[in-house]
Design a protein around this ligand. Structure first.
Ligand code: GUN
Ligand code: FE
Length: 443
């Protein structure tokens, strides 16, 4: 069993016994339980009712049990668009590739088809929690929420708000219509998952460029009235985007932190995608307001312009919450494993840029970002992110021997070596089982 307690604190437990209760909660995590002593240790726990023999699973050598991956930034309507328009600058890519694609989600039948494939695809890749941007359409966004719930994925689902600087065929009709549709989507999730066991609506102003000031203000009011709702937006992603934002909102002197803070959209529930170009001042605002960063290194190196990823080492040093995002369309991969590897690569570039000040990330740290780090960004670390007793069982069973291209195992490999081989070279073929809240969810 491998899980993180802190960025550099990777715990690997050999021969551990993990007990999940019928509500999907981790009831016990017992170290040093060799196979032969499992029956006696289980009976000493006096579980009621006693587990049926078939409920006891022994994983063979070459298996790992790890927490499910958290994708903190993901556009569900871009599922069928991944890999297109690479190397374009952000606003051109939105205009030419993304907006025409997302406009298709006006059709609920199309939305259901793509979203079904999307949620299945993310679950297959071990993403047990995702923070999704929907399209601007309320109906399609509600369909996405229905699909996540039915398939058992833990998800934040947000109707994307955008009423300007987008083509007439793909923008909210008015500020009022955008806010009304948002309220409809909030009500839908409260209806289908009243206790919020798996789902939350996430307020989703796409970014300041596509939102009239009155729309940002309205969303800020909804955020204040609903302190349980997370908030997500794109933040200091690329030069082209930052320059246009500065033009539209000159009063904030080029600070997106001041801009979003002004509209009541920055707090501990804010998930800010990218944060590639940050002043010291903006970093201190994020720290003070406890905002989380969705680091999307694959997207940053392929779409955006500037081709520069966030200074993650520096964020971690400053105590800022950081998780990983696949960003779906903005990049070529929807795999968190790829995001982990690219985070490592990008951090090495940052080490050079900082003349050695900000050391590159290591494997323990990228694993943390993909699991507990993401849970912290989503303010879900009381529920998920690692295997602490009392948390919900969101987990992946990894088979390091599965046919595929993962680095082959050798007899003398330690569990840590097997872990490193999987993180750096494994793929979905090694992800054999996926659990959310104790329920098997892989298709
Ligand atoms: N900024 C606004 N919308 C988007 C999007 O869909 N993807 C990325 N990467 N950046 C954005
Ligand atoms: Fe994005």
């Amino acid at each position: 069993i491998a899980h993180s307690l802190e960025p550099s604190d990777l715990i690997i437990l050999e021969n551990a016994l993990l007990v999940v209760d019928s509500n999907g909660i981790i009831a016990h995590l017992i170290e040093n339980t060799p196979r032969s002593s499992v029956p006696s240790v289980l009976s000493s726990l006096n579980l009621s009712p006693a587990p049926a023999p078939e409920a006891v699973r022994l994983l063979p050598r070459g298996s790992l049990l790890i927490p499910g991956f958290v994708d903190t930034h993901n556009h569900a309507p871009q599922w069928a668009q991944r890999g297109l328009g690479q190397s374009m600058h952000i606003l051109d890519w939105l205009d030419r590739v993304t907006f025409p694609n997302e406009a298709r989600f006006a059709d609920p039948t199309y939305a259901r088809r793509v979203y079904t494939s999307c949620v299945d695809g993310f679950l297959r890749q071990g993403v047990t929690t995702a923070s999704y941007y929907g399209s601007l359409h309320a109906e399609a966004t509600n369909i996405l929420a229905d699909i996540c719930l039915a398939k058992g994925q833990r998800a934040f689902v947000g109707k994307c708000n955008m009423d300007r600087n987008a083509p007439a065929y793909y923008r909210d009709a008015s500020v009022e219509a955008s806010l009304e549709d948002t309220e409809k989507c909030i009500a839908h999730i409260r209806k289908i998952d009243p206790e919020g066991r798996l789902l939350k609506h996430v307020l989703t102003p796409r970014f300041a460029i596509t939102c009239d000031p009155a729309l940002l203000e309205g969303l800020g009011k909804i955020a204040a009235a609903n302190p349980d709702l997370p908030i997500q937006t794109h933040f200091n992603e690329a030069e082209q985007e930052m320059a246009f934002t500065r033009e539209l909102f000159p009063q904030f002197g080029g600070s997106e932190a001041d801009l979003y803070r002004h509209y009541g959209l920055l707090n501990e529930r804010s998930i800010l995608a990218h944060c590639c170009h940050m002043t010291e001042y903006e970093i201190s605002v994020l720290k003070e307001l406890e905002c989380g960063v969705a680091h999307c290194p694959v997207s940053n190196m392929t779409v955006g312009g500037g081709f520069m990823a966030a200074p993650v080492r520096y964020f971690l040093k400053r105590g800022i919450k950081v998780g990983l995002g696949t960003d779906s369309g903005g990049g070529f991969s929807s795999s968190i494993l790829d995001a982990m590897r690219q985070a490592l690569v990008a951090s090495n570039a940052r080490e050079v840029m900082s003349q050695g000040e900000d050391k590159g990330l290591d494997i323990r740290e990228i694993f943390y970002l993909a699991t507990l780090g993401g849970a912290r960004v989503c303010c879900l670390d009381d529920k998920i992110g690692n295997f602490k007793v009392g948390k919900e069982f969101d987990a992946l069973v990894i088979d390091a021997n599965a046919p595929g291209v993962m680095t082959m195992l050798e007899d003398e490999d330690s569990t840590r070596t097997i872990f490193d081989k999987f993180i750096m070279t494994g793929d979905d073929r090694n992800i054999k089982e996926v659990y959310v809240r104790g329920r098997s969810v892989k298709v």
